[in-house]
Design a protein around this ligand. Structure first.
Ligand code: MG
Length: 373
């Protein structure tokens, strides 16, 4: 018998017949002959306060909640669709109705399954993220481990989250800052309309916390933008996100070359290839699961950003504690986290991460560790 035949008939051949279709051999929690089933339902998040950024103000955010069942296990996921990003409950449910998970024997083959889902259609990153998150949750539950253990991260190394103050009148900004200041170590201040300096002065009249600032593409003149950034630095800003429109690559790069604080891409970088295209135009990137199509690509983007010498922040949309907790499992690897999205809503459908003195505290249950309320 030659070497190849030997392996085919003994070790590998034997192992293959044990491993598929039953996963019992490798993972005691696996269910023989079970198949995954995806279900989903639209849900509307109600915001505690109207939320203003450079381009609009809103009071609700549409989401779609997903569940993947596999035997006795249930993995939970979520798609969040702030209207300006182009997805809706209709587009997400339409996309998800094309996803057939029943054809996969092994739910742990995340790379294969998620590549197939990505190939169903272009864009639809929130819809794709909702499957990615639920699948990671399911995989963790089958393996009996929280995501941070599956990835080899130290849960003690989570950063503090920032708490975001939306654009409003200086008086309302002052009130909001006073309300949250004792609970958080960093505040994120949305800028990019015509009252940036007034807002910053209002914040500074009631708080001396370091500030993460975000212009959300609101500035249109690079010299004026740089001047404002110098003002922000004097006022204790530690970074500025997306100063100018994402299409103005050279102008943003011009600011990056001269800025006294890190310039972070948000709208300009959604997925992995964008990181390559925008290399050199920003000091860092704000990754959000709803942009990256989920955890798997966000994890890869952290590695690539580090290889490029870039700073990394993990952000979020307004989401339930399902999506937020999923993203939080990546935070031991990043410089900053902006994961206050579930604190901004009245009707969180999940319990997940908590904040102890503003520090992200991960649940230790298997998978994401987010539990329906
Ligand atoms: Mg941003």
């Amino acid at each position: 018998m030659n070497r190849r035949d030997f392996f085919a008939t003994t070790a590998l051949g034997g192992a293959a017949s044990v491993l598929t279709p039953s996963l019992n051999f490798a993972y005691p929690n696996a269910v023989p002959a079970a198949r995954m089933k995806l279900t989903f339902k639209p849900y509307t998040l109600e915001l505690r306060h109207p939320f203003g950024v450079a381009v609009n103000t809103r009071t609700t955010t549409p989401v779609v909640l997903t569940t993947i069942e596999y035997g006795k296990f249930k993995g939970y996921g979520e798609a969040s669709m702030p209207p300006y990003l182009g997805e809706s409950q209709e587009s997400v449910t339409k996309f998800l109705s094309k996803v057939d998970l029943s054809k996969y024997e092994n739910p742990l083959e995340l790379e294969t399954i998620l590549s197939d889902i990505d190939a169903i259609d272009v864009n639809n990153t929130a819809a794709k993220a909702s499957v990615d998150i639920a699948l990671h949750d399911l995989a963790g539950k089958i393996m009996g481990q929280p995501l941070y253990n599956m990835w080899g991260f130290n849960k003690a190394k989570t950063p503090n989250t920032v708490f975001t103050i939306g654009i409003d009148t200086p008086e309302v900004v002052r009130q909001k800052v006073q309300e949250v200041d004792p609970q958080f170590k960093l505040l994120k201040i949305k800028l990019g309309r015509d009252n940036d300096r007034e807002i910053i002065e209002a914040v500074r009249s009631v708080s001396d916390k370091p500030l993460v600032t975000d212009a959300n593409q609101g500035w249109k003149n690079k010299e004026k933008a740089l001047e404002t950034i110098h003002f922000l630095k004097e006022k204790g800003a530690v970074l500025i996100e997306q100063p100018m429109p994402k299409e103005m690559v050279d102008e943003n790069a011009w600011i990056t070359e001269r800025s006294p604080i890190p310039v972070m891409a948000d709208e300009a970088i959604k997925r992995l290839p964008d990181l390559v295209k925008m290399r050199g135009a920003y000091h860092g990137v704000n990754l959000k699961l709803m942009k990256t199509a989920g955890l798997r690509e966000a994890h890869k983007m952290i590695a690539l950003a580090r290889a490029f010498g870039m700073k990394v922040m993990i952000g979020c949309m307004t989401e339930t504690s399902c999506g937020i907790t999923a993203a939080a499992h990546l935070t031991p690897m990043v410089d900053w986290a902006d994961l206050d999205g579930a604190l901004l809503i009245k009707n969180d459908a999940f319990k997940g991460i908590t904040f102890v003195d503003g520090k992200i505290t991960l649940p230790s249950a298997p998978g994401i560790g987010a539990v329906p309320r």
